[in-house]
Design a protein around this ligand. Structure first.
Ligand code: PLP
Length: 229
């Protein structure tokens, strides 16, 4: 193994051990393709990008390199005019950043372009109330969004997503508040709509340990996996 392979392998092992049964999404937005190929060789299949063009390019590149079974997660803000392009991306597995009713309308309109069976949808909630963050802001709107997803057979209501606060005097305390808020919204929505299961996509490199304490089961990590020591 090369030094870089050893390094990445060590990082993944450490994180797998820490997060237990939660799923790890390796966020590759700052990483070169060579690093993604290394983690693919190690058997890691879930990857996240926050821009449609880069997600598409990388999905296609992996297939060209002979890796056919990656699962791609769109995690960044999605503009309605990019939906069509995104739905054509091979191996698209989930969208974590569905944040408006208008966006859901657009996804429904174009969903026949999606080659997979059913597309997994996470609804993003703005738990920190920071203006620059996307996401639904009220329970009522979140519920309406959930019902719109549930009424379409090619869409799978898969979970809720949030990001911890970025501006706060006490980052840890703010992260606890954001993640516990999303966990209670999940409980409320499941009860209200009689759902059997919903996932929680929360936690990044700076705050994933806190997210796990609040029941996160999809963790999106970039820097801690691909950092250079
Ligand atoms: C970049 C990004 C991450 C990963 O961030 P790190 O701090 O590198 O772990 C997770 N979620 C979203 C939405 C991101 O844009």
């Amino acid at each position: 193994m090369s030094e870089r392979e050893l390094e990445i392998s060590k990082n993944f092992k450490k994180i797998y051990a820490e997060i237990g049964s939660a799923k790890l999404i390796a966020v590759t937005k700052y990483s070169p393709l060579s690093d993604i190929l290394i983690s693919m060789e190690l058997g890691h299949l879930d990857y996240g990008e926050n821009r449609v063009d880069q997600l598409k390019e990388r999905s296609v590149r992996l297939i060209e390199e002979g890796f056919l079974n990656a699962r791609w997660h769109m995690i960044g803000h999605l503009q309605t005019n990019k939906v069509k392009e995104l739905l054509f991306v091979p191996n698209l597995y989930a969208i974590h950043s569905v944040d408006s009713l208008r966006l859901i309308e657009e996804i429904k309109k174009r969903i026949d372009d999606y080659a997979g069976d059913r597309l997994n949808i996470f609804l993003q909630f703005n738990t920190s109330n920071e203006e620059e963050k996307s996401g639904f802001e009220t329970y009522l709107e979140l519920k309406e969004a959930a019902q719109m997803i549930l009424s379409h057979k090619k869409l799978n209501l898969y979970g809720l997503m949030t990001m911890g606060s970025i501006r706060s005097d006490d980052q840890r305390k703010a992260a606890h508040e954001c993640f516990s808020k999303l966990a209670s919204l999940k409980e409320e929505l499941m009860k209200d709509l009689n759902l059997i299961n919903l996932n929680l996509s929360m936690g990044m490199s700076a705050d994933y340990q806190i997210a796990i304490q609040h029941g996160a089961n999809y963790i999106r990590l970039g820097s801690v996996l691909y950092k250079n020591h």
